[in-house]
Write a protein that binds this ligand. Structure first.
Ligand code: IPE
Ligand code: IPE
Ligand code: MG
Length: 256
């Protein structure tokens, strides 16, 4: 087992068996996660939805840690969609409070482990305290290269595409014919991030919910029934084992 995974994976555990069946030279560069099911997790336990969100923070910590130890380059977490503003005010304000304490408590962990934090989404419409805190942590961690955690906040895939079109037209109003896919991608929030190789969704929903519509064109999709607060390193390893069985052809007839 790789040295930096040793004290994180229990000998003889299911995780160890999964890890041993992985080819560590063929891991995805970029994993994106739709962290869903917090509310249902709480309901099952007769708890308020907010408790589900609180419990979900533990899953975030564990997934960040296993991905960093495995050497994944980019981990994108869908934390708040543009459509999530439709939810009750009290739930939304809990989500911001949790994010604020995550940023305050975890920024040392990010620094210690050389993890860079980057936010995608319409940041201007976030509460000002959150904006400030995000700006602070993004700045503190911007030069770290071990892994980039991309936090999707107030993010919507369609809105991102519309914004990119507007920006492109402003920059190139006389030269629309020059637009191609590569140039267009430079106008997305993810201009400096490779497309996800693997997209994970928890809680069994078979939909994309407006996440990274452009970027997931050829991502491998893995869906688990587990609710996000129950998602642990074991499930991440299961997703990776499954990912390595896929044949990615990108439209060709042979795997690429
Ligand atoms: C995901 O869990 C977290 C966010 C969308 C912020 P949900 O809150 O959507 O939980 P369910 O889907 O209602 O169970
Ligand atoms: C997607 O989950 C958004 C996040 C995980 C942040 P939702 O719970 O908002 O998605 P729908 O409404 O079930 O499609
Ligand atoms: Mg949901």
């Amino acid at each position: 087992m790789r040295e930096n995974l040793k004290d994180f994976i229990e000998p003889g555990s299911e995780e160890e068996i999964l890890l041993e069946s992985l080819d560590l030279t063929r891991l995805p560069r970029h994993i994106a996660v739709i962290m869903d099911g917090n509310g249902r997790w709480a309901k099952l336990r007769n708890l308020p939805r907010e408790e589900g969100h609180r419990a979900g923070a533990k899953s975030v910590q564990e997934v960040v840690e296993i991905c960093a130890r495995l050497g994944i380059e980019y981990l994108t977490l869908y934390a708040f969609s543009k459509e999530n503003w439709k939810r009750p005010k009290a739930e939304i304000s809990t989500l911001w409070k949790l994010l604020e304490s995550y940023l305050k408590e975890e920024h040392n962990v990010l620094i210690k482990n050389q993890l860079c934090l980057k936010v995608i989404g319409q940041k201007d419409d976030l509460p000002s305290t959150i904006r400030r805190e995000l700006h602070r942590v993004e700045n503190l961690t911007k030069d770290f290269k071990r892994m980039t955690i991309v936090l999707a906040l107030n993010y919507g895939g369609r809105a991102e595409i519309v914004e990119a079109v507007k920006k492109f037209c402003k920059d190139n109003s006389t030269d629309l014919d020059s637009l191609d896919e590569k140039k267009f991608a430079n106008y997305l929030f993810t201009s400096d991030i490779p497309d996800p190789d693997l997209l994970i969704r928890t809680s069994g929903e078979m939909r994309i919910s407006n996440f990274l519509l452009w970027q997931i064109a050829y991502s491998e999709i893995w869906i688990t029934q587990e609710y996000w607060p129950d998602f642990r390193k074991k499930h991440l390893l299961q997703a990776l084992v499954d990912f390595q069985k896929r044949e990615r052809r990108f439209g060709d007839i042979h795997p690429r």
